[in-house]
Design a protein around this ligand. Structure first.
Ligand code: UN1
Length: 509
């Protein structure tokens, strides 16, 4: 199967990871090896970006920007529309490659490509709506308004868990805004980025778009650092750990560049005594074990009312016993592997820490062995009773470990929900109006995403996506997230025959 997909995208066993549109450069950087966590097989090698190619990419991107920024935005939108159509054509093949290289279930692989298609559609409409406001000037014969102009080169650093969708959230908006994109994918999932570049190539060509508009710079940490330090790159949008985000923000901030950060979450669902427990169960289990606990929106904590605690945890344990763990390309499986063996080690250390810090497992974890699990990356989703203040509970472990805890009052539940350093996604399961409104009020959830009777993961692209506190504060995807990719200019225009000064200042010569 994998050979068919590689052939479909014309990816050779040793492929360049550096591209300027459809032009592939010889990558002089290290060799990245793509491994599948599905079966432990080496898929292909990718030549990463060296400093020399990086410079070539930046120069071409700068040249492309000078041209692209002058295209009318709806014309740029039309190019993005064609990109969405190309993604529709390649949805199956790209979804499969995402699933095989990253390890998420096939359905989620297709879902990820669907997010790309959806953001293309969104961006096409946005291309006719890059609105600024008009104001009334305090001076006669004057007009005042603001407009949004393209920003320039946008660096996009994406993570392994959504190897292609998060790039598209950034890139499709950046493109309609008149920017050019330089993508540094995760070194764990380089092949999906190559496939995406290949899907886009013919569209750039057919529309005579300069190739530098979409650039690819595969590589490790140093390539991300080059982007962070580069004053020619006014915006760096980065998805990943809080640790990475803090380092990146320091470097980008030191040169007064803009950083758009989408970092870790520590997402909780409050299960109220007024919840429909059967509905709540689906949201909690999908949120906790979907993508093997490797979404930034994964449900990591359940805060359960004491009166339904026993009933709900029993349902949870039963549901966990029915989970099918195995090859994610088999649609009957619920849970696939973790990304690699390092991730398995983090999972095991977290389990030890839970025990050491006083937690008690209701469903035990462990690494699976034997037929079908040869990659060593398949682990059992587990559930532990824990307290919110435990250091391990305060920390985001990118694995399917779910912490459960009790509460008495809704105020206490909200305080627990907010009582972590991260602030991405949150939810309450309740049919009580007062409770849900309190949860959504200024005194409620402090997260960027707050849901009622829906889990913490699986956000639609139409909303602004991102979170507060250590999640980094950035907003991507829907709503008015496009503004981050443009520079705002205030214009005051005098059509009178005199030059009155603002604030009533008199200055006669
Ligand atoms: C991420 O994990 O980085 O809301 C993004 C969700 C997905 C996106 C997750 N739409 O779970």
């Amino acid at each position: 199967m994998i050979n068919d997909i590689l052939q479909h995208f014309n990816i050779t066993s040793s492929h360049s990871g550096v591209a300027i549109g459809g032009h592939w450069l010889t990558g002089q950087g290290e060799t990245l090896q793509s491994w599948s966590p599905v079966d432990g097989q080496a898929i292909a090698a990718v030549q990463a970006t060296g400093r020399k190619e990086y410079e070539q990419v930046i120069e071409k991107a700068q040249a492309a920007f000078l041209e692209w920024r002058q295209w009318p935005a709806p014309k740029r939108g039309d190019v993005v529309r064609q990109m969405g159509d190309a993604l529709r054509t390649h949805k199956k093949a790209l979804g499969r490659l995402v699933s095989y290289e990253m390890g998420k279930s096939l359905q989620e692989g297709f879902g990820e490509v669907q997010e790309m298609i959806d953001i293309c559609d969104f961006a096409v409409g946005q291309s006719r709506q890059l609105y600024g406001l008009t104001m009334h000037s305090e001076r006669p014969g004057h007009r005042m308004y603001e407009q949004y102009h393209p920003l320039g080169l946008v660096g996009i650093i994406s993570a392994f868990n959504f190897p292609v969708a998060v790039w598209s959230w950034n890139a499709m908006l950046a493109l309609v805004c008149g920017d050019v994109c330089i993508w540094k994918p995760s070194e764990k999932t380089p092949l999906t980025s190559i496939a995406v570049q290949k899907i886009m190539e013919p569209i750039l060509k057919a529309n005579a778009v300069p190739g530098g508009v979409l650039c690819l710079v595969n590589g490790g940490r140093e390539v991300g650092e080059w982007l962070a330090q580069d004053t020619r790159v006014p915006l760096v949008s980065a998805t990943g750990s809080t640790r990475m985000g803090k380092q990146l923000a320091t470097v980008v901030g030191a040169r007064l560049g803009k950083a758009l950060l989408e970092l870790g979450g520590n997402n909780a669902i409050i299960i109220s005594e007024h919840a429909n427990l059967d509905m709540a169960l689906i949201g909690c289990v999908f949120g906790a074990v979907g993508t093997a606990g490797q979404r930034c929106t994964t449900t990591r904590r359940l805060i359960i009312h004491e009166s339904v605690y026993d009933a709900f945890t029993q349902k949870l344990v039963k549901a966990y016993q029915q989970l099918r763990i195995g090859n994610p390309l088999d649609e009957n499986q619920h849970v696939g592997p973790l990304i690699d063996k390092d991730a398995v080690q983090h999972y095991l250390h977290a389990i030890d820490a839970v025990k050491q810090q006083g937690g008690r497992f209701l469903v035990e974890g462990g690494v699976l062995e034997g037929a079908g699990y040869e990659s060593g990356c398949y682990v059992k989703p587990c559930i532990a009773e824990a307290e919110n203040h435990f250091a391990i509970v305060q920390h985001e472990t990118f694995a399917p470990i779910l912490y459960v805890m009790k509460y008495k009052t809704i105020e206490e539940a909200i305080a627990l929900q907010n009582g972590v350093p991260q602030g991405l996604s949150s939810a309450i399961m309740t049919q009580n109006l007062r409770e849900s409104e309190l949860f959504l009020s200024a005194a409620g959830s402090d997260c960027g995403i707050a849901n009622v009777n829906i889990g913490t993961s699986g956000a639609e692209i139409g909303g602004a996506f991102g979170g507060e506190k250590e999640t980094g504060g950035g907003r991507e995807s829907g709503s008015d997230a496009w503004k981050a990719y443009m520079r705002r200019q205030t214009n005051t225009l005098n059509y009178s025959t005199s030059l009155p000064l603002a604030q009533g200042i008199k200055f006669d010569l």
